[in-house]
Design a protein around this ligand. Structure first.
Ligand code: DX5
Ligand code: ZN
Length: 225
């Protein structure tokens, strides 16, 4: 099943002093989704923002809010993120002992269900919940910070995830170190959703963002061949 290529800019790389405008600009510049990186200073060594910030951004766009929870535990907060206006919620398989329950909770809240794995976690960690998810996110850096380098071994992991997905209509997303140079290999391996923070939010405002997104999309389509 071939799903459309989607670019999901991470607002982690945006100017936090004008986040609403930064979200609107990136969507006007051609972003398909908006990627929201939530960090708790416990599961990952950095702190970003929570549901109240997401709620305040909701009125700036109707674009899909792709929420990546790097928090542990996640379960007590899922409802708050759903109510804040997230359209999809992705949890880490490593974040708690009851992944299946977390996924069921997201489903019951009426949101798209995502699961993600750190670079060192084998795909086997989500094999048994494959039919409970709408999205698989392969982390291609260790989560916590933007601006890191794509870990080359993750290309093979993307390929293996794609094979596992088979004909299921599951979005295959990659997060970390995505640039015009690395995106093609990720597309060729089977990914269709690309998180990009620093590669999108560079340069000055919407004109630069439009060029950055166009370059990523072209390189992604190219990788598809
Ligand atoms: C890392 C985050 C990523 C990050 C991507 O913990 O999940 O979404 O912001 O940033 P870049 O594109 O700069 O690697
Ligand atoms: Zn992310």
């Amino acid at each position: 099943m071939t799903l459309p290529i989607r670019i999901a800019p991470s607002i982690l790389a945006a100017d936090f002093s004008k986040l609403g405008q930064e979200v609107r600009d990136v969507v006007d510049a051609g972003a398909d989704w908006v990627h929201l990186d939530v960090m708790d200073g416990h599961f990952v060594p950095n702190i970003s923002f929570g549901p109240d910030v997401i709620k305040s951004l909701r009125s700036y766009t109707s674009a899909f809010f792709d929420c990546h929870l790097m928090i542990s535990p996640a379960d007590p907060y899922l409802e708050a993120f759903a109510k804040a206006g997230c359209d999809g919620i992705t949890v880490h398989a490593e974040a708690g002992p009851h992944l299946h329950r977390s996924l069921q909770t997201i489903r019951a809240l009426g949101k798209k269900v995502g699961v993600t794995l750190n670079p060192a976690t084998p795909l086997a960690a989500m094999e048994n919940v494959l039919d409970d998810v709408d999205l698989i996110l392969i982390m291609s850096v260790n989560p916590g910070f933007g601006g890191q380098k794509f870990i080359p071994a993750m290309t093979e992991k993307i390929r293996a995830a794609k094979a596992l997905i088979g004909d299921r209509p599951i979005e295959l997303e990659v997060d970390g170190g995505i640039t015009a140079e690395t995106i093609g290999a990720a597309t060729a391996a089977g990914a269709n959703v690309f998180v990009a923070g620093s590669a999108v939010y560079k340069g000055d405002g919407i004109t630069a963002y439009r060029e950055n997104i166009a370059r990523l999309k072209a390189a992604a389509e190219n990788g598809r061949g």
